[in-house]
Design a protein around this ligand. Sequence first.
Ligand SMILES: [Zn+2]
Length: 162
Amino acid sequence: MIVFDLKCEGQGHVFEAWFGSSADYADQKARGLLACPLCGDTRIGKALMAPAVAAKGNQRREIIPQQQSAAEAETAPVAAGPDEAKMRALVKALADAQKKVLEGSTWVGRGFAEQARAMHYGEQDKDSIHGEVAPAEAKALAEEGINVAQLPFPVIPPEAKN
Ligand SMILES: [Zn+2]
C-alpha cells in the first residue's frame, strides 16, 4: 500500500488516499474514479510532498558554530514556551548563571579532557575548569566517574576576544 497527499483542483482541498501502487493511482485517476471527499471534484492531482526530514538534519549539523563548547554536539540546547517574555527571562537567567559559574573557572580549551582526568586521578590540584570536548570524549569522562556538565551556552575562548 502507498499513501498519497491528493488535492482537488476546484477548491484546493488536500486529503490522503491509499492505493495498492503508484500504477493504481494513475489508473483510477485516468478512469475518473478519484473524487475530493469534501466537494466531490473529480479533477484530482498530487499535492506537493513535504520536504525530507533527513536533508534538514544534515543541514543543521553544518551550521553549528565551531566555538560551541561541544562543537560536534548532536543537538543544540533549545527551549520553547507560549510566553516569549518569560522565555527570554529564562534564557537570560541561565546565561547569567553560566557567567557566574565561569567566573571562578579557568578556560582550558581543547586541553579540557586531559586536565579533567589529571584532577580526577590526583595528578593535579582540583579546580573548576571549562573548555571544549567532543561528545564521545565527554561520555568517556562521565564513564570514568568524572563530573562533566555541558554548558547551556557557547563560550568564547579568551584568546578569541582580543
Ligand atoms: Zn475539494
